[in-house]
Design a protein. Structure first.
Length: 512
């Protein structure tokens, strides 16, 4: 295939310069107020806009006073009216595409509107920005000299009465189904394979379609892509994926933290050829992308891509009204819960993620975890990024690789102290054994979390963690029982109760 990268570079260079110019709080404010003005001009023509008095000339303070911060359950009825075909509810016109996302506390799935404006201004624009930064950082790239392997989901969903013409499923399915036909020239597999719902059929079809191609880049969730790559390597009798695709140069990844999987990818790639580019993309939007050459979890927030951002200090999350700040008002080093107003019709919507502000000039963030994915049973305030970092360090020290994990508290009882229980499915078990690994993991958690260290001091308030080895495939079995097995589905890493871990442990105990 002809290398078209030199022809593509000027187009992406212009995009890079546009985004890179937003490099101060003042520039961030200008871009965000421009975005808010656009959103208000469109939202004023909706039922939701009339309900809350939206006007195109509102400043940020007036907007925040008029519209309450909200979670999904408060919007569910409006969204379901949109699914049924009602126009002008949360966004002008009729929306015919919805992304099914993981459930709320009520256990139901969420359905996120995917409007034409959200696709154009945000999802596709965000992906293009990721490519722009990558090409800027690597002058030797031949990205468009071969094919891209994109791992997507399907339109399988939990609804039983979807109207004709409405498509509900994974966001990635909509992105692939709605993609510019020109992009299909650079992408594998075919839509027919990419959108298959049954992974037992889809995985071999993916492998057969992709293996013979000249793949230069891959895009998807790290945990599921590892399964695909190992399948392809096994079919080709290869010990490295570069034996199959010698021109593979970059993995555009997102969805879950890459740290726990880094060593696994190093083991199956040629490190001299392989690069990694992190993105923060979700059903609700494409929020941020890595802007440097090194993948360290730090990403630039995309402030001119159809989304207006607000940040809620964690200490005010239970009563957030009046405490949210705009993107140009955040403080470096602080962790906030993220809220968005977007051209998909979500208004001041608390998405459930927490982010740490790494810098304000330009505005860079890292993902800290979920607002409901942490352990604070003993005052330790353990966040997902703490757990991911500690696990990655412990694995590196012990030559281990974790395929999946979850953790939850074990409360004190007669004769036992409170502690954390980690359930880990190994890709490569630790050479030192599980108990020695638990000692190292516990020590690494102390290093990355001062609250955990304080509670562990002297074994007074919190005992050393307990490690339980998961049988191979038990996490996939649990996902299957929830109806969420697939390429975009993720294991909840931390929980402040035992509802999830106890269900997985029960499967672990009964699995042959």
């Amino acid at each position: 295939m002809m290398n078209l990268t030199p022809l593509a570079r000027p187009l992406f260079s212009r995009l890079y310069r546009k985004v890179a110019a937003i490099d101060t709080p003042a520039a961030t404010e200008e871009a965000q107020m421009r975005t808010l003005g656009y959103l208000l001009s469109r939202g004023a023509a909706t039922e939701y806009g009339r309900r809350h008095g939206l006007r195109p000339d509102m400043d940020y303070r007036a907007f925040a006073e008029a519209v309450p911060l909200t979670e999904y359950e408060a919007l569910r009825a409006d969204v379901m009216r949109m699914v049924a075909g009602e126009p002008d509810v949360l966004w002008p016109g009729v929306c015919r595409r919805f992304a099914q996302s993981s459930g709320t506390s009520g256990g139901k799935s969420k359905y996120i509107p995917v409007t034409a404006e959200a696709l154009r201004r945000n999802h596709y624009a965000g992906a293009a920005t990721a490519v722009a930064f990558y090409l800027h950082n690597f002058a030797d790239s031949r990205l468009f000299g071969g094919k891209s392997l994109i791992l997507g989901g399907s339109f399988a969903n939990e609804l039983t009465d979807v109207p004709r013409g409405v498509r509900v499923g994974d966001l990635s399915a909509t992105l692939i189904d709605h993609i510019n036909p020109l992009a299909n020239f650079f992408r594998v597999p075919s839509k027919e394979i990419a959108l298959m719902a049954d992974w037992n059929s889809k995985l071999p079809a993916l492998a057969s379609a992709a293996a013979p191609c000249d793949i230069t880049n891959i895009s998807g969730v790290p945990s599921w892509f590892m399964t695909v790559l190992r399948r392809i390597m096994a079919e080709r009798g290869a010990s490295s994926i570069h034996e199959v695709w010698p021109n593979l140069e970059v993995f555009f990844h997102g969805g879950i933290a890459f740290g726990p999987y880094r060593d696994q990818y190093r083991a199956i790639t040629d490190a001299s050829k392989m690069r990694y580019h992190e993105n923060y993309n979700a059903s609700e939007g494409f929020f941020a992308t890595q802007d440097g050459a090194t993948s360290d979890g730090t990403m630039r927030l995309l402030t001119d891509a159809g989304i207006f951002y607000e940040f809620i200090p964690l200490e005010h999350l239970s009563k957030p009204e009046g405490h949210a700040v705009a993107a140009w008002q955040v403080k470096a080093g602080r962790t906030y819960a993220l809220a968005i107003s977007s051209c998909n019709g979500l208004w001041r919507y608390i998405i459930g993620d927490t982010v740490r502000i790494e810098s304000t000039s330009p505005l860079r963030i890292s993902i800290a975890g979920r607002t409901n994915s942490f352990i604070n049973a003993f005052g330790e305030e353990l966040m997902v990024w703490n757990a991911d970092t500690a696990l990655a360090r412990a694995c590196s020290a012990c030559g281990a690789a974790a395929r999946n994990y979850t953790a939850a508290p074990v409360y004190a009882s007669c004769g036992t102290k409170g502690h954390h229980q980690w359930l880990i499915e190994w890709e490569t078990p630790p050479a030192c054994g599980n108990e020695a690994f638990a000692d190292i993991l516990d020590e690494e958690l102390r290093k990355v979390n001062s609250d955990y260290q304080a509670k562990r001091s002297g074994d007074i308030f919190l005992a050393r963690l307990e490690l339980t080895e998961a049988r191979h495939g038990v996490f996939d079995r649990w996902l299957a029982t929830t109806g969420k097995l697939g390429g975009q589905r993720k294991i909840p890493r931390l929980a402040n109760d035992r509802k999830i871990i106890d269900k997985i442990l029960k499967l672990n105990d009964t699995q042959a």
